[in-house]
Design a protein around this ligand. Structure first.
Ligand code: ATP
Ligand code: MG
Ligand code: MG
Length: 388
């Protein structure tokens, strides 16, 4: 395919996009700091005048430099400079996907929530707060305890969240989240967290992947199970409908990751949307007819979308998170997983290991849920840092 895709961000999502692009012979140019970002290790741009760019995906000059080299711009992270994307949009043959206005709304989680609420998506109650003890205490009185205090911007892996269980913690919350714009959410007593990946083409076709269960520990996704199993089988289709309806309210092509909460009575609340491929969709590489990465590329290049159907009965994705700075134990664990039936090991090539950092993942496919659990159990027992 004679097209070049520019990606803002060179982490593991960009790496898996680049791997997928190489199968379609689509050229990829990455903008991120350093020469060895995970995505830059996959493949060097093939045209002689294109090389990856060393710089920040929030730096206007670097974004302009990237835009000049490619046919279409996309993102693997939403914390980018949306104004510049808007400025370069019309100069690119295939534009910017998703639309910069979508990125702008999503990157401020308070504005995102207000947008979702206004357009009819089910969200739990939330309030704007000032970064003062009085304002936060007032929100706690209105929304109850525990209260989920969240940074509006630059949040990921729960860094930016603080759970206030008692009003005596308000000062601590302010010191942890100091200088960050905040809002407050009512606590959602969910029984499961679920996610649906949705892909939209440039001509507005929308397809969703199966709903999955995501298991978080300390705000970080540890495990994903697909398909979602629930007492009420209708939850699967309702989750997909909620996700598709929410994505329809945003402009632009590509994959969106929709995170949701499932309550005991079957109610679904939307938590947040990522305007890009998502951790909870890694499983699609081995388990679906078309991966989220390939469908993202197909969508932004105006190619036909591929089927989102599962091609295996049961699948799990286990994130390999750093337990400490010890890189060797991560590699040893990944290597040991190679002996597990149905396991595919992904290592991201990050130069430094840190506690809680996403270093890789393992996808395990199986002919049944029982067999999946049997394959997964020994891996969980050996997981660096302990089982989630
Ligand atoms: P991500 O890495 O997914 O972008 P994030 O930093 O944007 O994460 P959220 O998704 O807002 O953070 O929250 C992280 C986790 O905290 C959720 O997956 C869920 O487990 C928990 N959580 C978030 N909001 C609430 C809430 N209102 N009530 C209860 N738990 C919540
Ligand atoms: Mg988030
Ligand atoms: Mg989240």
């Amino acid at each position: 395919m004679d097209k070049t895709v520019g990606i803002l961000g060179g982490g593991q999502l960009g790496r898996m996009l680049a791997a997928s692009a190489s199968l379609l012979n689509v050229d990829v140019v990455i903008l991120d700091v350093g020469d060895h970002a995970p995505a830059k290790q996959i493949i060097a741009p093939r045209r002689p005048h294109t090389t990856h760019i060393d710089g920040s995906f929030a730096d206007p000059a670097k974004i302009r430099e990237l835009a000049a080299k490619v046919d279409v711009l996309t993102v693997e992270i939403e914390h980018v400079e949306a104004n510049v994307l808007e400025e370069v949009q019309s100069s690119l043959p295939l534009g910017v996907h998703p639309n910069p206005s979508t990125i702008r709304v999503i990157q401020d989680k308070f504005i995102q929530k207000a947008h979702l609420q206004k357009s009819g998506s089910p969200v739990s109650e939330f309030l704007a707060v000032e970064s003062t003890a009085a304002s936060i205490s007032d929100a706690a009185v209105k929304l109850g305890l525990p209260l989920m205090l969240k940074s509006r911007t630059l949040a990921y892996d729960g860094r930016g969240n603080f759970v206030i269980r008692d009003l005596s913690q308000v000062d601590e919350a302010l010191s942890v989240l100091k200088d960050r714009p905040l809002y407050a959410e009512k606590w959602v007593p969910f029984v499961k967290e679920i996610a649906v990946m949705v892909v939209r083409s440039t001509d507005g076709q929308i397809l969703s992947y199966p709903a999955v269960e995501t298991v978080h520990k300390d705000n970080i996704c540890h495990l994903v199970f697909a398909p979602l199993r629930s007492r009420d089988p209708a939850v699967q289709n309702r989750a997909r409908a909620v996700a598709e309806a929410a994505v329809k309210t945003f402009q632009g092509a590509g994959v969106f990751g929709v995170e949701m909460f499932l309550l005991e009575d079957g109610t679904i609340y939307l938590n947040e949307i990522a305007p890009r491929p998502h951790n909870s969709g890694h499983y699609t590489i081995e388990a679906c007819e078309t991966s989220q990465y390939e469908n993202h590329l197909r969508a932004i290049l105006s190619l036909p979308l591929g089927s989102t159907a599962l091609k295996v009965p049961s699948v799990a994705m286990l994130n390999i998170l750093g337990a400490s700075s010890d890189h060797q134990e991560i590699i040893a664990f990944a290597q040991s997983a190679l002996s597990t039936h149905g396991a595919s090991v992904h290592l991201y090539g990050k130069s430094e290991c840190r506690k809680g950092r996403k270093m890789g993942h393992i996808t395990i496919v199986a002919p049944s849920d029982a067999e999946l659990r049997a394959r997964l159990r020994p891996l969980l027992e050996r997981l660096p840092g302990g089982s989630p």
